[in-house]
Write a protein that binds this ligand. Structure first.
Ligand SMILES: NC(=O)c1ccc[n+]([C@@H]2O[C@H](COP(=O)([O-])OP(=O)(O)OC[C@H]3O[C@@H](n4cnc5c(N)ncnc54)[C@H](OP(=O)(O)O)[C@@H]3O)[C@@H](O)[C@H]2O)c1
Length: 273
């Protein structure tokens, strides 16, 4: 039997909860009766969120921290369990999405995306697996992205970090099954959040944060390894990724409008001009 967490089993922990998907999921879990510990760097945003949850069935408590800090993440897991009881459900969701272009490759964007999106997840998984493994049960959702399925324009740093997250979750699932931990990967398509507000291209399938949160929390109530939405976008991308590269690249270029761009618009070329 795959374990599915419930509020009677303990508390929930959400990282990246000061805005966007994490904030909406924290509120949805509180609505569903959980005490939710929330983590991000912006303390005031977390306190505001805690106030917002006051009328809900559960409650929200702030545990500020930076996911790139290994010791801090282990400390937060300890502090949550001491103050509120066992963590039954965790949602490791903090992330950043820097754009990258080949003509002016920003090395630091790769380092930052890796530090937050990959190591930030690993820094949460390690202390969680220790306590959940000892109890023989627990549930962990990890946010990756449909951008991790295959290479997309400007997404070299972001997409590679999300591909790594999908891969590490797949690889850890075998042991998690033995430990009684239900490990799930959450692959959203476009969700309207501060992160996607900077996108300068149309996002026709984009959904609201609250809708994304409902789908994620519904996914936590299932045993499925992947929680992904909107389904049409996710499955189209999965199928496109099965195509040979000679078809994959022109299709993605056309779908993203990249076929209408010219090298002259690339940053390095612009600098030389
Ligand atoms: N929106 C989408 O369409 C979409 C699609 C696919 C996947 N995703 C993924 O979903 C997750 C949430 O994205 P979002 O759209 O909700 O973005 P968002 O609104 O920008 O939220 C990102 C969250 O991550 C936190 N964060 C960033 N760096 C952190 C750090 N070093 N330590 C702790 N927290 C940190 C931010 O909090 P602080 O700044 O306060 O630390 C914030 O709460 C990300 O992993 C993203 O890649 C989003």
């Amino acid at each position: 039997m795959v374990y599915r967490a419930a509020p009677k089993d303990g508390v929930a922990w959400v990282t990246g909860a000061s805005s966007g998907i994490g904030k909406a999921v924290a509120l949805e879990l509180a609505r569903r009766g959980y005490t939710v510990a929330v983590t991000a760097r912006r303390h005031e945003e977390l306190e505001t969120l805690a106030h917002k949850a006051e009328s809900l069935a559960g409650r929200i408590v702030a545990h500020e921290g930076d996911v790139t800090d290994e010791a801090a993440m282990a400390g937060i897991v300890r502090a949550i369990e001491q103050a509120h009881g066992p963590i039954a459900l965790a949602f490791l969701n903090a992330g950043i999405a820097p754009y990258t272009r080949a003509g002016d490759l920003d090395v630091s964007a790769f380092a930052k995306a890796h530090a937050v999106n990959v190591m930030g997840v690993v820094n949460g998984l390690a202390p969680l697996f220790a306590v959940m493994g000892a109890r023989g049960r627990g549930q962990v959702g990890v946010t990756a992205s449909v951008a991790g399925y295959g290479g997309l324009p400007r997404a070299a740093a972001y997409g590679a970090s999300k591909a790594a997250v999908i891969h590490l979750c797949e690889a850890l699932k075998y042991d998690c099954d033995l430990l009684g931990i239900n490990l799930q990967v959450v692959n959203p398509g476009f969700v309207k959040t501060p992160l996607t507000a900077k996108n300068d291209f149309p996002m026709p399938t984009a959904i609201e944060e609250d809708e994304a949160a409902r789908r994620i929390c519904d996914g936590f109530e299932t045993a499925g390894f992947e929680i992904t939405f909107p389904r049409r976008l996710a499955w189209t991308l999965k199928l496109v990724n099965l195509l040979p590269y000679r078809l994959y690249f022109p299709l993605i270029a056309r779908a993203t409008g990249w076929n209408r761009r010219s090298a002259a618009a690339a940053p390095a070329a612009a600098k030389q001009a």
